[in-house]
Ligand binder design. Structure first.
Ligand code: G3I
Length: 318
């Protein structure tokens, strides 16, 4: 049957995957699925600060360019991830004083976004990532501690200046349903836009787990953000389980994938769905959650799982 991307295109949505540069360089099976099934690509790590600016104003583009080149060859778009985050940011940034930190942030955004500003493959950016704690208060990251909340508006303004045509997103996890954290996100996006800060898009990561239940009111949550005038999207979907897999867990996982795709299809301002990888051969989950995994739509040997069929059928369905 047709690949996921054909069905997604027919619905006016993207279907994406995060890619790792290692297997992209070394495994043809990885490349074939990545290029054939998806029409949007995110760099799992290669565009993060540690990778792109390991030393002050010394930029390294090999990984980021490999992702962009692959996407261009396969007629895919790239969603840039991520400009300002509290993880995978070099120590030299974290030890700067306030004025120097703000200047370093603005320079980083100008250089990274600027490199691809005239490249039609790169269409959007996660400008700030994970600014909230789960209770909905601001995360007390080094950014927040040194600069206060103003770093968020400054980051968006710097990104807009570097590429007036790129779609600029704020991205977080545990905000898929209606809850305290997503309501805090909602209030922040509303107040930023009221202050003419160029926030175009909200990314809902979607790192879910079958043992925790499917979040409540996902479609309603997407819709309330859309009603603020922003585009919405799922940016990092994976749905983990206690390993080993079995048919029951696979079936439940498949229903969660169906729910995610259907929620996006039901909201016109939902641009698409990106998975955080595509094969259980390469996933951050087992390294982070002991005893959990099998979160993606292909198994370790690149065989499609029930979750693949779920995504396919939801995209293809009427
Ligand atoms: O690059 C080094 C390599 O030199 C070294 O040999 C190796 C040894 O473990 O580590 C490599 O770095 C790892 C890096 O991934 C690249 O593989 C880091 O230790 C590891 O911490 C890092 O994990 C990434 C994680 O973000 C960091 O927070 C995951 O791959 C990546 O999937 C994950 O992605 C995040 C999103 O960016 C934001 N949302 C949550 C999501 C999942 O945590």
């Amino acid at each position: 049957d047709s690949p996921l991307r054909e069905h997604a295109e027919a619905r006016g949505k993207f279907i994406g995957a995060a890619l790792a540069t290692g297997p992209l360089a070394s495994e043809s099976a990885y490349r074939d699925i990545a290029g054939g099934e998806f029409n949007q690509i995110t760099a799992e790590n290669a565009m993060k600060w540690t990778d792109t600016e390991p030393s002050p104003n010394q930029f390294t583009w090999a990984g980021a360019d490999a992702i962009v080149d692959f996407a261009t060859q396969n007629d895919q778009q790239v969603h840039g991830h991520t400009l300002v985050w509290h993880n995978q940011t070099p120590d030299w940034v974290q030890s700067l004083g306030a004025d120097a930190m703000r200047a370093a942030m603005q320079n980083h955004i100008a250089k990274v976004v600027g490199r691809y500003a005239s490249n039609p493959t790169v269409v959007s950016w996660d400008v700030v990532n994970e600014v909230f704690d789960d209770n909905g208060t601001m995360r007390t990251s080094f950014w927040y501690q040194k600069l206060g909340e103003s770093y968020i508006a400054d980051a968006f303004r710097a990104a807009r200046a570097a590429d007036p045509d790129a779609r600029l997103c704020i991205n977080d996890y545990n905000v898929e349903g209606v809850n305290a954290k997503s309501t805090a996100m909602y209030n922040l996006v509303r107040s930023l836009r009221a202050a003419d800060v160029p926030v175009d898009c909200v990314g809902f990561q979607g790192h879910l787990a079958i043992q925790y239940g499917f979040p409540g009111q996902v479609q309603e949550n997407l819709q309330r953000f859309a009603d603020l005038g922003v585009q919405v999207r799922f940016t990092e979907i994976d749905i983990r389980m206690q390993t080993p897999r079995d048919a029951t867990k696979d079936a439940l996982q498949a229903t969660y994938y169906t729910n995610v795709v259907k929620a996006c299809l039901a909201v016109p301002q939902c641009a698409g769905i990106t998975l955080w990888g595509f094969t259980d051969r390469y996933s951050w989950v087992p390294d982070t959650f002991s005893g959990q995994g099998a979160a993606l739509i292909y198994d370790e040997n690149y065989a499609a799982k029930p979750a693949y069929t779920a995504v396919h059928d939801a995209l293809a369905g009427g």
